[in-house]
Design a protein around this ligand. Structure first.
Ligand code: ADP
Ligand code: MG
Length: 699
C-alpha cells in the first residue's frame, strides 16, 4: 500500500515553472519534485565572503567589492567597456563586450559595486569578464550569502536562477514535511558510518552552509554525497539480489545424476585428453550441487583466458542431457559459436543427441531443419549467437542456458533470456561465463544476482606469455622474427586494432596489412580474417589455421574472444594503445595455449602518452587478468573494465564507481543484512532510485 507522496507531483506546480520551463526541465529528466531534489549541483560558488582584491589569483571565482576608479569604452579591437575598481588593497578591471548606455552611466567613478566572477589574467593585470555585479551604497554594503551557491547542470533556455528557485521550493516542502523524505537507511548504520540523515544530506548538497568545505564538495568526499551514493549503490545491489532471490524461488528441473548419469559423466571425464585442474573440479562440483536443487542455478564462472571454462560448461551440459533436457549455448560472436560447435560436437560424439548450430546467417531450409530438431527434441544441444533467442526458436525441453563471454551481453539481455525457456513455472538453469576478471568488489555489485565461481588456476605447463612493448619503427625486425618463427613450424597472429570504431576501415586496414605481409614474407602462408567476411569464409579460414594450412593469420579484433589454436605462439598487436587493458589481455590470451614458449609484441605508434606507456607496461609485467583489471580500473575507470561502454548497463544518478569504489564492500555487507533487518525498505528504495517498476523488479 502506497500513500501518495507530494514529491511525486510534477515540477509544474512550483511557482515560476510554466509549461515551457517544465518542458526544458523534462529534457534534463526532471519531471517531478523528487527528480529536482536528486538533481545535484555540478559545482558550487562561494559568495559567503568578500575577498580583498590583493588576494586574488587567476582561476578563483570570488565575490569582491570596491569603488569604480574609471570607466571607459575601448574602441581597440572588439569594442568593450572597461571599468577599473579598487578596494584599497588593489585594483582589478571589469570587462564587458555587450553593454548598454545606462550600464555605462551607472558605473560612474566613485560608485560602489560588488561583483562575482572568475578572475583571469587580462591585458592590464587581473580582470573579470562579464561579472555579475550590483551597485551598492558603500563598499562595506556588499551582501554575502550564508550558504554556497549551487551551480546545476542546465539545458538550453534554462537559467541557474530558475532551477535554483525551483529546487529551493522543493526543499522547503521537505523541510515542512519531514515524512516526504523517508530515510530508509537504519539509524544504526548512519551512526556507524557517520552519515547524515537523508533530509540533511539533501539540504547540505543543495545549500551547503559554512561548515562544509567547498573542496570536499567538489571532490565528492563530503559525507552527504557519500551517503547518497551509498544509498544508490545499495539500491542497485538490492534489486539484483532480489532478482536472485526470486529466481531461487522458481522451479527448475533437477539434474540429479543417477547411476546411468554417473557412468556418462565418468566416461566424459575419462575421454578428455587432459586431466581437469583442481579449480575446474571445484567449479564443476559447485555447478553439480546447484543443478541438483529444484531451483534455477544462476551461476557466473569467472576465469582468466585459457583457464578452461568451456569444458566446465560442457560438463554442465552433460548433466542436463542425461536428465533428458536440452541445452542452449550462446556466444557473442559467430567465430566463437563455431568453435564451441566443433568442441561440443567432439565431446558429445558418443551421445545419442544432435549438436546443432544457429546464427542470424542461417537461412531457408537449413534454418527450418535446425528449428524443427529443437522443437521435437532430437537436438539436445544448440549453439549459436543471440539469434538463439529470437521468437521463432522454440525448445522442446530447455533445461540449461550457457552464456559465454557474458560481459559482451548486457544485464538486461541476460535477464531477458531467462524468460525464453520457461515452461509453466519451470525455468532453465543458467550458467554464465566471463574471462574479464573484474575486481571482486565490482563483481559483487554488477553480478549480485548471480552466484560466483572462480577458476583461479591455469592448466598445468602453461608458460607465461612474454610480452614486449616496441615502437612501430621496428616493423622490419618484427617481420624477420615471423620468418624465424614460421621456420620452426609455429604459427602467428597479427592483429589490426580498431580504427575510429569503424568496422569497414578496420577491415580495410587488415586487408592492406595482409597484402604487405604476403609480399614481405614469400615463404609464409598468410590469410586474413575479419568481421565483414561471411561466416562460412571465416569458418574455413579458422579451420585452415587450426589445421596449420596457414602460418600467419592477419585478423581484426574479431578473434578477441575464445578462439583456440595452441600452435600459434606469437602474436603481434598493432596500435595496442587504442585498446583497453582487459581487451588486450583477452587478445593476448589467444597465444600461450600450448606448453611452448609464447610471445606477444605490442607494436605501438610513437609518441605514446604517459598513461598509454604506463598501461602497456602493466600488460608487459603481468599475466594475471585480475591484476590487470585492477590496474585498468585505476587508470581508466570501471566503465571500461566492465565493458559497460558496449552494453550500457549500470547508470547511476549520483554514484560514480571510480569515486565511490570505497563504498562497495560496505554496500555488500549492509545489503545482505537488509533482507533480514529492513525488508520493508527495499521497494521504497527501488521506487526512489529507479522510479516506476523496472525490468529488475518485474522479473
Ligand atoms: P577459456 O577459459 O578461455 O574459455 P578454453 O575453455 O577455451 O579457455 O580452454 C583453453 C584450452 O585449454 C583449450 O584448448 C582446452 O582444451 C584446454 N584445457 C582446458 N582444460 C584443460 C586442462 N585441465 N588441462 C589442459 N588443457 C586444458
Ligand atoms: Mg572461452
Amino acid at each position: 500500500m502506497k500513500t501518495p507522496n507530494a514529491l511525486n507531483q510534477p515540477v509544474g506546480i512550483l511557482t515560476g515553472i510554466g509549461a515551457q520551463t517544465a518542458n526544458r526541465l523534462q529534457k534534463l529528466g526532471l519531471c517531478t519534485l523528487q527528480d529536482l531534489i536528486f538533481h545535484l549541483p555540478l559545482r558550487y560558488e562561494d559568495r559567503t565572503r568578500v575577498y580583498p582584491i590583493c588576494s586574488l589569483k587567476p582561476g578563483m571565482s570570488v565575490l569582491i567589492s570596491g569603488k569604480v576608479e574609471f570607466t571607459d569604452i575601448l574602441p581597440r579591437g572588439r569594442k568593450s567597456l572597461i571599468c577599473r575598481i579598487s578596494d584599497g588593497t588593489g585594483f582589478i578591471s571589469l570587462k564587458f563586450f555587450h553593454f548598454s548606455a545606462s550600464q555605462h552611466n551607472a558605473l560612474k567613478p566613485g560608485t560602489s559595486i560588488s561583483c562575482f566572477a572568475e578572475v583571469r589574467y587580462g591585458f592590464a593585470g587581473l580582470e573579470m569578464v562579464h561579472p555579475e555585479y550590483k551597485v551598492i551604497a558603500n563598499p562595506d554594503g556588499c551582501i554575502t550569502e550564508t550558504r554556497l551557491t549551487p551551480v546545476y547542470p542546465l539545458t538550453e533556455g534554462l537559467g541557474q536562477n530558475i532551477i535554483r528557485k525551483a529546487v529551493r521550493q522543493a526543499l522547503d516542502l521537505c523541510r515542512q514535511d519531514p515524512e516526504l523524505l523517508t530515510d530508509w537507511i537504519p539509524e544504526s548504520i548512519l551512526k556507524q558510518y557517520h552519515y547524515p540523515s537523508l533530509a540533511d544530506a539533501i539540504q547540505t548538497l543543495h545549500a551547503p552552509d559554512e561548515s562544509v568545505s567547498i573542496e570536499a564538495l567538489q571532490n565528492g568526499s563530503v559525507p552527504a554525497l557519500k551517503r547518497l551514493a551509498f544509498e544508490e549503490l545499495l539500491t542497485h545491489f538490492l534489486i539484483l539480489r532480489t532478482t536472485r532471490n526470486k529466481t531461487k524461488a522458481w522451479q527448475a528441473p533437477s539434474f540429479s545424476v543417477g547411476a546411468a548419469g554417473k557412468t556418462a559423466t565418468n566416461h566424459f571425464i575419462r575421454s578428455l585428453p587432459f586431466k581437469l585442474t583442481g579449480a575446474q573440479q571445484r567449479v564443476i562440483a559447485e555447478i553439480e550441487a546447484d543443478c541438483r536443487l529444484q531451483h534455477p542455478m544462476m551461476r557466473l564462472v569467472q576465469g582468466d583466458v585459457g583457464s578452461g571454462k568451456t569444458v566446465v560448461s560442457a560438463y554442465a551440459a552433460l548433466l542436463a542431457l542425461t536428465a533428458g533436457y536440452q541445452v542452449a549455448v550462446m556466444a557473442p560472436t559467430e567465430l566463437l559459436a563455431e568453435q564451441h560447435k566443433r568442441n561440443f560436437s567432439i565431446w558429445f560424439e558418443g551421445f545419442q543427441t544432435q549438436v546443432v548450430y544457429l546464427t542470424g546467417q542461417l537461412k531457408g531450409n537449413a534454418r527450418k531443419t535446425v528449428l524443427q530438431a529443437l522443437e521435437d527434441g532430437t537436438a539436445g544441444i544448440i549453439i549459436g549467437t543471440h539469434a538463439l533467442f529470437q521468437d521463432s526458436v522454440h525448445f522442446h525441453r530447455l533445461g540449461l542456458i550457457i552464456i559465454d563471454e557474458q560481459h559482451r551481453f548486457g544485464v538486461h539481455q541476460r535477464l531477458a533470456l531467462r524468460e525464453k525457456g520457461q515452461q509453466g513455472n519451470i525455468r532453465p538453469h543458467q550458467l554464465v561465463m566471463t574471462a574479464t576478471p573484474i575486481p571482486r568488489t565490482l563483481a559483487m555489485l554488477q553480478y549480485s544476482d548471480l552466484d560466483i565461481s572462480i577458476i583461479d588456476e591455469l592448466p598445468p605447463g602453461r608458460k607465461p606469455i612474454v610480452t614486449s612493448v616496441i615502437p612501430a619503427e621496428r616493423r622490419a625486425d618484427v617481420i624477420d622474427r615471423i620468418n624465424g618463427w614460421v621456420g620452426k613450424n609455429r604459427q602467428v597472429y597479427w592483429v589490426c586494432t580498431l580504427i575510429e570504431e569503424s568496422e569497414v576501415l578496420q577491415c580495410e586496414a587488415a586487408e592492406k596489412t595482409a597484402e604487405t605481409l604476403t609480399e614481405a614474407l614469400p615463404n609464409v602462408r598468410v590469410a586474413l580474417i575479419h568481421g565483414r567476411m561471411k561466416s562460412a569464409e571465416k569458418d574455413a579460414v579458422m579451420q585452415d589455421f587450426k589445421n596449420h594450412r596457414i602460418d600467419l593469420l592477419v585478423a581484426t579484433t574479431v578473434i578477441e574472444v575464445g578462439v583456440d589454436v595452441p600452435n600459434a605462439g606469437l602474436m603481434i598487436i598493432e596500435n595496442p594503445e587504442r585498446l583497453g587493458l582487459s581487451q588486450l589481455h583477452q587478445l593476448r590470451g589467444r597465444v600461450g595455449r600450448g606448453g611452448d614458449d609464447s610471445y606477444c609484441l605490442l607494436m605501438y605508434q610513437a609518441p605514446l602518452s604517459d598513461t598509454a606507456r604506463h598501461r602497456l607496461g602493466v600488460l608487459r609485467d603481468s599475466n594475471d587478468g585480475f591484476v590487470i583489471a585492477e590496474k585498468d580500473l585505476e587508470l581508466r575507470g570501471p566503465g571500461e573494465v566492465m565493458g559497460t561502454r558496449q552494453t550500457g548497463q549500470m547508470h547511476f544518478k549520483i554514484a560514480d564507481l571510480a569515486r565511490d569504489a570505497d563504498l562497495l564492500d560496505t554496500v555488500q555487507q549492509i545489503g545482505d543484512s537488509f533482507f533480514t533487518h529492513s525488508p520493508q525498505a527495499i521497494q521504497p528504495l527501488c521506487d526512489r532510485w529507479l522510479g516506476a517498476p523496472t525490468e529488475y523488479s518485474e522479473v
